[in-house]
Each structure stands twice: as C-alpha cells, then as structure tokens.
Design a protein around this ligand. Structure first.
Ligand code: AGP
Length: 607
C-alpha cells in the first residue's frame, strides 16, 4: 500500500526521506518520489518502479535541503508512471496522498473553470490544485489545507508543503493512517511508525479529521471543526531487529523461522503452565460479560480470515454455547445481517489498517456491539478504535505474505476462547491439555523448522514447474488448506484452490489431470480413512498428491511429508509450517519478488 514520509529540521531531508521510503517498501508499491526545498527552489524527483531509482537520481542531484516530503504509490487512479507518481505539484503546492478522493471529478471541473489544467489522471493532482487555489489567497498553508479538506469526500492521509514556505509541513488524515515523529528541533512524518525507526520513538498518532502543522519547533493540531487539539505524544517500541533480515535471503523466510520466538512472545505472561493459568489483560471485559457472550462475529480479510476460521473450529469444541460467525470483512460490510443479543465482534488484522475490516468495525460500533481487536501493529487504527483486545506481539511483519502473524492470530483467538470458556465454567482439567499444548507449540514449531526444511526445499524444487494445484483438508484442515493455497498463490503466482476434501467430488474433481498437483493435509484421527479415500479418488484421475500428515500409517501417495510431534490438537499449525516453507521455496525457484509479490500490498488500506 502507499507510503508517506516527511521531514522538517536541520538534517539532510533527501537522505531522511529516502531512508523512510526504503523502510516502507515492504508495503508494496509501483512508483515513488520525493520533493525537497531550499530558498524557494524545489527539487522534485519521481520514478516509476523502485525507490532505488530515486537513490540514483539523488546521487546525481544531491542537495542540503532540510524540508521535504516523499511517497511510494500503489496505483489506484491512473497507471503506474512517473507522471502519476507523487508528490504532485500545482502552483506553489506539493502534495502526497494515501487514499481515494471520491468527488475529485466534480472538484476538477470547478478548478478547470478557475484556469487550472491537469497533466496526470490522478485524484491527488486535483487535491493539490484545490489546496493551491486556496493557498494563493493568503499564503496560509495550514488554513488552506483545512479549508480544502472540508470540500473533499473520501479517505486520505496527506502531507503538503509550499515551495515559498520553508518552515512547515502540513499533514491530515481521514481513514488513512498518519503518524508524526517528534524530535529535537525536527519533526518527522510517516504513514507507518516503521519509517521512523532510528529517528525518534516519540510519536503523535493523528486522528481522523485532524490537521497538523509540523515545524522545527513542534506540532500544532486542530480538529475537523478547526478547534485546537492538544496532541498526545506517545513512546513506541520499534524493534529495529524485526526490520532486518538477520542473514536470511528474504523477510518471508526470516519470518517463517521467527515463529518459535514470535509465538513465544504472543504466549508470554498469558499461558503460565506451572500455575495452570491463562490470562489476557486488555480485553476490558468482566467475567460476567465474558460469560454472557452467546454469538461471536470474527471479522477479517485474507490470511487473517483463515486464522479466524481455524480458531473458530477450536473454540466451538470447548465453548459449545457460543455461535461463531467468521466473516470476510468485504462481504459483511455490504450484507444486511442481524446482530443477536449478547453478541461480540472480534476484528483480526496484522496491520490494523485494513480498510474493509475497519469499515466493519465502525458498523459494529454504530450498532452498539462490543468490539475486540486481535492486532499486531501497536497503535494502529483498529487497535485504537476497539473496546479492548489482544496484541499478538509477533514483531514487525515485513513480508507481504503473512506467516508469523497468522500463527499468532490463531493462538491469540484460541486463548480468548479458552478465557471465555473458563468464565463460562470450563474446568481446569479440560483447560490443562490446551495449556500444555500451547506451552509446547513454539518448541514443536522449531522442531519442524529444523527437521523438515531441507525435505520441503527439495519438494518445492520437484513441484515448482506446475501451474495449477489444489489444497485439500477436512475439519480444521480445510481453512488450513485455504491458507496454504493463498500462501502459495500469492508468492508463486501458481493457480491454487483450497477446498474441503469432501467437496472435490461435487464438481472440482472434473478439473484434475496431469496439469495439477494436490496437497492433502491428513490428521491421524477419526477422519483419516475418509481423507485417504479422497486422495485415492484424486490419484485415480491422474492427480499428483503430496500428503502432509502426522500419521505413521501406510499412505499411497506420490509424496508423503510426515510430521512427528507429541501435539494432538495443534498439529495443524505444524502442517502450516510445511505449507509456508513450500510456498517460499517454490516462489524462490520461480524467481519471484518473494517479499513484495506483484499487485499486492502489505496493508490494503483502500477498499
Ligand atoms: C496475507 O498473506 C495476505 N498478504 C493478505 O491476505 C492479508 O492477510 C490481508 O490483506 C489482511 O491483512 P491484515 O491482517 O493486515 O488485516
């Protein structure tokens, strides 16, 4: 997704802006640009493609400017190009923008009558002209931005500078995150705190409707009614370590191997085995309120929605008086749905900035539903808007494909389910097996990473040439198959479908021939025989089946990856490690941009 950076101070603005944009690259983009100023002279550099292209331009035109803004663009209006890249310039105004201006065509028509013409296809250029048309009246940038935004319909996070004003960067947000870093005689701006790492840990999270003037002396904030607001400066802990690859070739494989550590961080202080203790601070729900819950909506997108589905299978096993609806946010927000009495809504999001998930959160809050968040990014919009929740503490997840975030989301949701079930009377005898397995899970994941990595790497080499695949599973292994299919398709660009194993014979099996391979997840449980019959059906039609299983029983398949583990309940999360590694090595074999797959963004902050 698009990224914004800004700086005003006494250091070299070009260097600071480029460093910030590099920190935001993981979010996915297709063009980039910066503009810096000195004595009214603007240096605007923009490229189609990567920030590295800007590095080259800066090397050829180095300046000592100390104010500027920058942007990485993920194309919405207008194709990826230098012309459509931000910052946009109209008159004295330079502007970068995340989000979508819905009424930009109306505004454009009005501005054209005032003599403005446009060179790009973007809504952002229209917003830039609108600000300039007001700025020219009295050269007050803070006021001009505020007045322009009152005329705008849509979502935005913006940073604005005027070439004849070397002292201030004006920023504003409505629906697209923006954070201000407060330094000594300098101020930083970013759309994501990770771009501030190494510069400051003192930040102001701008709220929707607020506009801020950032200068070397500090920050002035006013709300949508133009009333002064006292900014709240918070300290954030940004783990620079998580921003580094630590010797791995890609963030994706680093984050796969991070999981024993990241999951331990999720569990720390929450699962205390020797005290038979589970505790979750931050829910802001009493035992009585937990006991009263009868219906849970778990709302998410993509991988987070599959984590939600998996967790719901577990929670239903021990909270049998609760109905759980796991719903994809982009569907729920346009569905007419009823909210039964005693409902709870849980919003699962690694980034905490996914537009569709946020829209559902706002809808549920309007309906008076208690809302919890299961979020990784501290201080993100969802984390700030919910009534309570669980930070998964997985550490910054840089690769677009979510891996450690997924595992920690599942576990955090199961933890919530157990705490709720205990409030409903679940005995410690029934809880203890879960505590034991959750406590052992990081070590079991480490064992799979140690023992299966080379085997899966070879497996990927043998199957990377395929262009089609099915992932299948029964029960909790069905959403696991959905997640495995997503991981492979979004990194390798192979066409992969996840299916309930029992569904193949209802149509999809017509597709199976030599072009396909299949990954079948099989637990050593009461569904083993049924799963094996599905595999036989597929192989009888020329399918090439890879079975991932914890069973030691004889299995007729092209390949079998066996997971040995003492776990009984959370074995699927060990199967998922195999699935993650397989996707990674296939993507590497295909020579793809593993951490920033084409067309994808780390956080989808547009609808
Ligand atoms: C995960 O591999 C994908 N990149 C994507 O499906 C992601 O899970 C989805 O966009 C939701 O993101 P969130 O968890 O930040 O809300």
């Amino acid at each position: 997704m698009c990224g914004i950076v800004g700086y005003v101070g006494s250091k070299n603005a070009q260097s600071i802006l480029l460093e910030g944009l590099h920190r935001l690259e993981y979010r996915g983009y297709d063009s980039a640009g910066i503009v810096t100023f000195q004595d009214g002279d603007a240096c605007l550099l923009r490229v189609k493609g990567k920030v590295a292209g800007l590095d080259s331009l800066v090397n050829d035109s180095h300046r000592d400017d100390s104010i500027g803004i920058g942007h990485t663009r993920w194309a919405t209006h207008g194709e990826p190009s230098e012309r459509n890249a931000h910052p946009h310039n109209v008159g004295d105004i330079f502007l970068v923008h995340n989000g979508i201006i819905e009424n930009y065509k109306d505004l454009k028509s009005v501005l054209e009558t005032r003599g403005y013409s446009f060179v790009s296809e973007t809504d952002t250029e229209v917003l830039t002209a609108l600000v300039d048309s007001i700025y020219q009246q009295d050269k007050n940038l803070f006021a001009a931005v505020s007045e322009a935004l009152h005329m705008v319909v849509g979502a935005y996070g913006i940073a604005v500078v005027a070439k004849d004003n070397m002292d201030e960067v004006v920023v504003a947000r409505s629906g697209s995150p923006l954070v201000i870093g407060v330094g000594e005689d300098e101020t930083f701006i970013a759309s994501d705190p990770s771009a501030l790492v190494g510069n400051t840990d003192q930040v102001i999270f701008l709220k929707d409707g607020e506009v801020a003037k950032c200068t070397r002396d500090g920050v002035t904030v006013k709300d949508s009614a133009d009333q002064a607001v006292e900014p709240i400066v918070e300290t954030i802990e940004m783990d620079i370590q998580a921003m580094q690859k630590k010797g791995f070739d890609h963030f994706l494989v680093k984050e796969i191997f991070d999981q024993p550590e990241s999951l331990s961080a999720t569990l720390a202080g929450r699962v205390v085995k020797d005290q038979d203790l589970l505790r979750l601070g931050g829910l802001n729900m009493s035992e009585e309120e937990l006991r009263a819950v009868k219906h849970i909506f778990i709302v998410a997108c993509g991988t987070a929605s599959y984590a939600s589905m998996i967790a719901s299978y577990y929670i239903e096993r021990f909270a049998d008086d609760v109905v759980i609806d796991t719903v994809v946010a982009s569907e729920l927000r346009y569905r007419s749905f009823n909210v039964p009495e005693n409902s709870l809504a849980i919003f699962v999001s690694q980034s905490g900035e996914t537009a569709d998930t946020i829209a559902c959160l706002k809808e549920m809050k309007q309906r008076g539903v208690r809302c919890l968040g299961v979020v990784n990014a501290v201080g993100s919009t969802i984390a700030r808007e919910v009534d309570g929740g669980i930070y998964i503490h997985a550490g910054a997840e840089i690769s677009v494909a979510s891996t450690k975030g997924f595992t920690s989301q599942v576990v955090a949701l199961v933890l919530f389910g157990l705490v709720m079930a205990q409030a409903k009377g679940m005995s410690i005898e029934d809880v203890r097996p879960y505590i034991d397995e959750l406590d052992a899970l990081p070590e079991e994941i480490a064992a799979v990473l140690d023992t299966k990595n080379e085997e899966v790497k070879q497996l990927a080499a043998d199957y990377s040439h395929y262009e089609h695949a099915f992932y299948i599973g029964r029960d909790v292994l069905y959403p696991l198959a959905l997640e495995g299919a997503l991981k492979l398709k979004e990194t390798s660009y192979i066409h992969v479908e996840g299916q309930p194993a029992g569904e193949l014979k209802h149509g999809s099996i017509a597709l199976i021939d030599d072009r396909f391979f299949e990954v079948a997840f099989v637990m050593d449980n009461e569904l083993f025989e049924k799963s094996m019959s599905n595999i036989i059906e597929v192989q009888a039609r020329g399918g090439h089946v890879i079975v991932v299983t914890n069973s030691s029983r004889e299995i007729e398949a092209e390949r079998v990856v066996r997971i040995e583990s003492r776990l009984k309940m959370f074995t699927p999360l060990l199967f998922n490690i195999v699935s993650q590694l397989f996707a990674y090595y296939v993507a590497v074999n295909k020579g793809n941009d593993v951490d920033q797959p084409r067309n994808l963004a780390k956080s989808v902050t547009v609808e």
